[in-house]
Design a protein around this ligand. Sequence first.
Ligand SMILES: NC(=O)C1=CN([C@@H]2O[C@H](COP(=O)(O)OP(=O)(O)OC[C@H]3O[C@@H](n4cnc5c(N)ncnc54)[C@H](O)[C@@H]3O)[C@@H](O)[C@H]2O)C=CC1
Ligand SMILES: CC(C)CCC[C@@H](C)[C@H]1CC[C@H]2[C@@H]3[C@H](O)CC4=CC(=O)CC[C@]4(C)[C@H]3CC[C@]12C
Length: 410
Amino acid sequence: MGQEGGASGRGRCVGRLAQAPREEGPSSGGQFGHPGTVAAGMADSAETRKLVYLVTGGCGFLGEHVVRMLLQREPRLYELRVFDLHLGPWLEELKTGPVQVTAIQGDVTQAHEVAAAVAGAHVVIHTAGLVDVFGRASPETIYEVNVQGTKNVIEACVQTGTRFLVYTSSMEVVGPNIKGHPFYRGNEDTPYEAIHRHPYPCSKAQAERLVLEANGRKVHGGLSLVTCALRPTGIYGEGHQIMRDFYHQGLRLGGRLFRAIPASVEHSRVYVGNVAWMHVLVAQELEQRAALMGGQVYFCYDESPYKSYEDFNMEFLGPCGLRLVDTRLLVPYWLLMLLATLNALLQWLLRPLLLYAPLLNPYTLAVANTTFTVSTNKAQRHFGYKPLFSWEDSRTRTIRWVQAVEGSAP
Ligand SMILES: NC(=O)C1=CN([C@@H]2O[C@H](COP(=O)(O)OP(=O)(O)OC[C@H]3O[C@@H](n4cnc5c(N)ncnc54)[C@H](O)[C@@H]3O)[C@@H](O)[C@H]2O)C=CC1
Ligand SMILES: CC(C)CCC[C@@H](C)[C@H]1CC[C@H]2[C@@H]3[C@H](O)CC4=CC(=O)CC[C@]4(C)[C@H]3CC[C@]12C
């Protein structure tokens, strides 16, 4: 199986995105290659519940939504294993339903812990990762979790005979690149110089490549591993920590936020419920459409409007009482760059004493200041994806969540 939209970065994490291979027609696979499984959509009875899913990072922002979505939308689910370094207390409430929910406190960097969790699972959804563009963790730790952790997941699938692996990659695998080239309404085949230096995109690119290369490997028992990677753009929705931070910052500043980035710089954003839905759909379709989907990458997209990062956040923060003050003329880009560089310097100087990790640094400024928008229907063509939540729903749900956040304005 060929690979599409090949991740950037062999070694130095510098490279050019590969062109897409030709598309093949859907294959007629069996049911997950395991005895006794039946198709989705059948009655919710003990006989239809045969599948074991594992979600790594299942207590994170995205992971929790994937876990809840699986419980709602995968009628074949028998056991759901939730693997995370830090388990959430909310898992307890899920344990009373018809599906066996198994909470596993574990570390993806520990191969034996991963293998024990994977053994006997039909599908692995690997969302665990260290999402750090603020310099909180060292580059070594980011690689250890994102790259070695993913290697461990792949090897565990191979050793234990798990055939289906869905990996949460990121748009950051593509860009924005270090040259600040815009990616405008691009799709999975759009040529783009994916050159990165920051450890987060580099690690995601390496991990994605490992996942795609593992497609077709023989797993224990002799069948083939089928893998694919999803590349969300900036995710928003209930549980989004950065949105919470902006909200609290706005409250501290008397209900104001100050525009730093020109409104003309557009970003694609995607609602967390739709990202979760796409993961579930891929997991469900991967066997039937293995020849088409195996080794492929898909951007995660929905109907959220293209807007600048700050204007998009105001879609939620505005109705919660915040106002965006246009100070762009007061804060020119060179000054922001200076502040960002100062922040980086301070972070380095203070590191022996304390962790100084503000939102603004040269990398986040570059990402925020570069247009990155996707326009694609590949997921729809390959596995029938349609967003489950409309933009109106996504917006309302997110606003309700911000309003409920502790410290909200009355
Ligand atoms: N937040 C975003 O806008 C985007 C996120 N992504 C990807 O989506 C995935 C999930 O991201 P988020 O939910 O936003 O982050 P998150 O930080 O909320 O969730 C990550 C989860 O992984 C767990 N984890 C971290 N290190 C671990 C380890 N060593 N062993 C086991 N579990 C570990 C964390 O405890 C956490 O629960 C990540 O792989 C990230 O790269 C991709 C595109 C955009
Ligand atoms: C104060 C600044 C001028 C504005 C800071 C905004 C930034 C913190 C965020 C702007 C763009 C964000 C990133 C983008 O949404 C893509 C991402 C994909 C991921 O896989 C992880 C998260 C992120 C890197 C996201 C992080 C915050 C921004 C840089």
